[in-house]
Write a protein that binds this ligand. Sequence first.
Ligand code: HSE
Length: 340
Amino acid sequence: MRLALVGFGTVGQGVAEAVAMKKDFIFDRFGTDLKIVAAFDSMTYAMDPRGLKPLELVAKKQSGKGLGKTRPKSVAEMLRELDYDVLVEMTPTNIENAEPGYTNIRTALECCRDVVTSNKGPLALNYRTLDELSKKNGVELRFEATVGGATPIINLSRELLMAEKVESMKGILNGTCNFILSRMGEEGLPFEYVLKEAQEMGYAETDPSYDIDGIDSASKLAILANAIMGLDVTYNDVRRTGIRRITLEAVELAAKEKKVIRLIGEVNGGGVEVSPRMVPLGHPLSISGTLNVLHMHTDLAGAITVTGRGAGRKETASAIMSDLVGLLKRNACLLNGKVK
Ligand code: HSE
């Protein structure tokens, strides 16, 4: 399966490393390989129809010289001319207009290519359009990595729980906010100090207001509301309050009542909302540190909770790999009707 990787920052490099790491497994299981035929960063690109060496791409990128040649035109224009099977779109999220990810994804779907993405903006703003386009063209749009890196919520719900009706869901979808609120509660540290820690540890977004104002959580919640509950909402429909105003006093007051304050995203009959809430200690949503969690209620299974790490190089690569394997399984079914 020939991959075009677009975006070669932490996520793109993590995916290249995972492709190298899982080479033997993929060949053994599916009798084929994941061949990177093109890779793009914001300025440069490398291309080879015989396949690029993933770890050489990572080394080149880390040496600071880019991936190869300077890009002569937009990625979308190049994607129209390129021969590949799957676009792996990993450019940074832009919640204003979803670009450049939206155009890249749209272009690939229009050219009847499958798409795997970690980019939240295009799905949080244009879920319905992209979903309909992929269906119309008979290709797949997969996006496990947009919500909770190593918290396999989307494929679990859409594949294993396909027959279930998800009636409501509630969760913690931003590791940075959870880290800040738990450090404030457990160590008595002030907000600004812990935010700096989260930035130094690489959890926070480049612009941390995406985290602390609930923008990141609201984008993820909109994606889940569409993908899991079949709603038709965008990021702009999510009622949103962040954690800027949460003081140490408020956290201490909650602790006296054996509660913690957490930034919770919720979808139920009343709408789609992200806001700080009090959670009793011991409740599945009272998790600490950078973990993410989603608690769902379905008509058959009842309550299901999924917890895992929400961000990171390997964690996001794990989500993208699960989508790539999903495509390999589909291809194997289409080709010979059986999967080993
Ligand atoms: N800044 C995000 C978080 C990264 O803290 O969860 C993953 O989307």
